[in-house]
Design a protein around this ligand. Structure first.
Ligand code: GLY
Ligand code: MN
Ligand code: MN
Length: 436
């Protein structure tokens, strides 16, 4: 999988080019403790190398096509912080043609890039590397009688890699489908705890337990467990309040599995029964969500899908007496914004808000929304949020937040919903909470 990606990228780099990818480092949490290591997604995508402080170089010049710079083996360091593949492992287990200590990278850089026509490198991450690349070009220019030309272009390699990452292969889809299955079990286990008196963190803990117990890395992003009005805070992650009878609890949580994120939201009735106002508002969000599914197909665009879902939400807000202007006026003046303030979709993959351009360039230099094509994975996640202190909304709806989020992949003929087995009808959600 990783070798095939490198081949695809090498073919796209063009002749006499060098591409540099700097891997992730350990991040300090506090004092001398660190966050668990998570590899940079581009680096992982191209190498499968899951250790800090590495650099990968891909080259279409004479010499090695794939060079890894890694931390060498070190018995003492490994006793404290764990196994390192080292130079030998980088070649034997990760397919590098050559490997060197990470420390030697700047020293080897001139040999790697001297004479290359194009250098692919992301500026702004490692000032020492940026500076050396620039100074090398100057050195080469000054020595032009030596017969070497400076590079003609310094290009951001993310342009190519992110286009590749946007379109998932069948292997990637299978991993994401597996992730969706783990997220299903986690949601089901957490839903059973959605009863009065339980604390939001108890549901969060159950999600985390389920993710790890099925071989996931953990949550793909901070799990959101918001009871009652906490569900109206989009990125609520304090998760420290007790659940109250008659409220809803919004759970936005998905596992990361072999690097791939799932991103799932369901909104459950605390105690197992939707009350009248919650039921009405939920039915609107569900209708909007299903409309977005229906509008999804190859050639459609995410803004079109957003507009489709938005109109259903707006009709619902009008029918419930939350907004009163005409649908067209509500849409054109964005009067819905207090109740629906986020987009309906984003790309999903190795990152929860995944890479890939949302627009394409037209011939005249303007941009237009990108038509969906097979292999693209995105979320469908409409919601409605009525602030607890919204005096314009009927009292019964205040403090209710609802979102329903699925992960879908575009196929040749339509979409496949990766999270199709996670229920979202009112009856099925009530049954999940009741454990029946
Ligand atoms: N969980 C973040 C999002 O839904 O975009
Ligand atoms: Mn999302
Ligand atoms: Mn989400």
């Amino acid at each position: 999988m990783f070798a095939a990606r490198r081949q695809q990228l090498l073919a796209a780099l063009g002749p006499n080019a060098v591409a540099i990818f700097v891997g992730g480092r350990l991040a300090t949490r506090s004092a001398d403790t660190e966050y668990p290591f998570r590899q940079d997604s581009d680096f992982w995508y191209l190498t499968g190398f899951d250790h800090p402080d590495a650099i990968a170089v891909l080259s279409t010049r004479p010499g090695p096509a794939f060079t890894l710079f890694v931390q060498p083996r070190d018995r003492a360091a490994e006793t404290w912080t764990g196994y390192r593949p080292g130079i030998e492992g980088a070649v034997a287990d990760y397919g590098a043609d050559e490997a060197h200590p990470r420390e030697s990278f700047l020293e080897k850089l001139p040999t790697l890039v001297r004479g290359a026509d194009r250098i692919y490198h992301t500026l702004g991450r490692e000032p020492a590397i940026d500076g050396r690349i620039v100074s090398l070009q100057d050195e080469i220019r000054r020595q032009s009688r030596g017969g070497v030309l400076p590079a003609q272009a310094l290009v951001d390699p993310r342009l190519l890699v992110h286009e590749m990452r946007l379109k998932k292969t069948p292997e990637e889809i299978a991993l994401m489908q597996h992730a969706a299955g783990i997220s299903l079990e986690a949601h089901q286990a957490a839903a059973r705890l959605a009863h009065p008196g339980r604390y939001e963190y108890e549901l969060e803990a159950e999600l985390a337990r389920s993710f790890r117990a099925r071989g996931g890395a953990g949550p793909a992003y901070g799990s959101i467990v918001g009871g009652g009005k906490n569900a109206t805070i989009l990125h609520y992650i304090r998760n420290d309040q007790p659940l109250v009878a008659g409220d809803l609890v919004l759970i936005d949580a998905g596992v990361e599995y072999q690097g791939y994120a799932s991103d799932v939201t369901r909104t459950y009735p605390v105690g197992g029964r939707f009350g009248g106002a919650a039921r009405d508002l939920y039915s609107v969000v569900l209708a909007a969500q299903l409309a977005a599914h229906d509008a999804s197909k190859p050639g459609a665009t995410l803004p079109e899908i957003h507009q489709t879902t938005l109109r259903v939400l707006v009709e619902g807000l009008r029918s419930l007496g939350i907004l009163s202007a005409s649908t067209d006026e509500i849409v054109s003046k964005e009067l819905y914004r207090p109740y629906y303030m986020h987009g309906t979709s984003h790309w999903l993959g190795l990152d929860v808000h995944d890479v890939g351009a949302y627009v394409v360039r037209a011939d005249d230099g303007t941009t237009k929304p990108r038509p969906l094509a097979p292999g693209m994975v995105y979320t469908i996640e409409p919601g409605l949020y009525v602030a607890a202190d919204d005096e314009k909304a009927p009292a019964a709806f205040r403090g209710i937040g609802i979102r329903i989020e699925d992960d879908v992949v575009v196929t040749e003929t339509g979409i496949l919903n990766l999270t199709r087995d996670i229920p979202k009808s009112i009856d099925a959600l009530e049954a999940w909470v009741q454990g029946t």
